[in-house]
Design a binder for this molecule. Structure first.
Ligand code: KG4
Ligand code: ZN
Length: 344
């Protein structure tokens, strides 16, 4: 029997610096420092700033993660790191740190696809979950439905043709004068709004495929705002809740309908939803209700594992560790790394 691995994982693909220690699907420590405050004045992530902030945060987080897990460098079996997709400079910081640790401790290096790491984020809650299942990945950079035929064996069923769902949340929030990142802000504003106040388009809903498109929905909100601005009683602040609620409903309907349709067509009775957008309570409860209606079991990560973190990297790495899938020090980052090679 393979002994349980003790893996230190590093995640620096965007604006969160994260380090975790995991053993199998058990999380011994998981630390995330967000750079949101640094990027907020610019209304989005500034890549060069993200790289520099990763450099200053990483050593401290590595020490704290080891202390939190009550282990030392000598106890580690491998170092895992997000190889991509993400911001090239940000990824390079994590990769350089991971290679240095693997070399100096003389233990294996495990490069991990960040999207695959999100797929593994549910495993901490559901260690018994076995493929096949359908996974909806909804983050700031990606929106896709993946058929997990087996761990490491993925089929892309559909994906966004333009903006990711999280990106649409961020852009609509900006148009409404809400700060970055927009997802949690829209969710909060929507609590005070009426989701039926504006009829917004539900893109791609009538198409017989599993692709998404959120750019048109964002544009519809911008046009709606322009139209409302013409009226004398209008103020962006007072219209925020109703627009936020209507937008959130449109995104939720599209995501839910497409995922449930895919489950039916592929005769799959297990679905999961992962990535930053999956921390949204409205989307969670809507999907839960629809899944229950269809007798489908829904698997959700804890909210702190929905958004970027290193524990999910560690859980994905454990699978590679058991398969002895290691890399050498020639490994490099790939900002455009795909989950599935085209044609598969
Ligand atoms: O997975 P993630 O942390 O990073 C990427 O890999 O992209 O996702 C970040 C995205 C952002 O676009 C953010 O606005 C969105 O997830 N997000 C949310 C919520 N929390 C974060 N979107 C909707 N509702 C939320 N509560
Ligand atoms: Zn992510």
């Amino acid at each position: 029997m393979t002994p349980n691995s003790l893996i230190l994982s590093i995640e620096t693909s965007c604006d969160e610096t994260a380090v975790a220690i995991t053993s199998g699907y058990k999380i011994l420590s998981s630390l995330v420092t967000s750079q949101i405050k640094d990027h907020q004045p610019y209304g989005g992530v500034v890549p060069e700033l993200a790289s520099r902030k990763h450099i200053t945060a990483l050593n401290y987080l590595i020490d704290e993660a080891l202390t939190g897990a009550k282990v030392g460098f000598a106890d580690l079996s491998a170092i895992a790191v997000s190889k991509g997709p993400g911001l090239v400079g940000a990824l390079m910081v994590g990769m350089a740190a991971a290679k240095t640790l693997a070399f100096s401790l003389d233990i294996p290096l495990i490069p991990i696809n960040h999207i695959e790491a999100h797929i593994f984020s549910v495993m901490n809650n559901y260690k018994e979950l076995k493929p096949p299942f359908l996974c909806l990945v909804v983050s700031g950079g990606h929106t896709m439905i993946v058929l997990v035929r087996d761990f490491g064996d993925y089929q892309l069923i559909g994906q966004t043709l333009d903006d990711a769902a999280g990106e649409a949340f961020d852009k609509v929030a900006k148009a409404l004068g809400l700060p970055y990142p927009g997802g949690p802000e829209i969710e909060k504003a929507a609590l005070k709004g009426d989701e039926n106040s504006y009829k917004l388009p539900k893109p791609m809903l009538d198409r017989d495929n599993y692709d998404f498109s959120f750019s048109g929905l964002k544009t519809a909100v911008v046009y709606l705002l322009r139209k409302l601005e013409g009226s004398s009683q209008f103020s962006v602040r007072s219209s925020q809740p109703d627009i936020a609620a209507s937008f959130q409903k449109a995104v939720t309907d599209v995501l839910t309908v497409k995922l449930m349709r895919a489950a039916k067509q592929y005769s799959i009775d297990k679905i999961s939803m992962v990535g930053g957008v999956s921390s949204n309570n409205y989307i969670r409860s809507h999907l839960k209700a629809e899944a229950a209606k269809e007798g489908i079991k829904l698997y959700l990560p804890d909210k702190d594992l929905s958004t970027d973190n290193a524990a999910m990297v560690g859980m994905a790495a454990d699978y590679s560790f058991k398969q002895q899938k290691f890399s050498d020090l020639k490994e490099s980052v790939n900002p455009n790394l795909a989950l599935v090679k085209s044609g598969e």
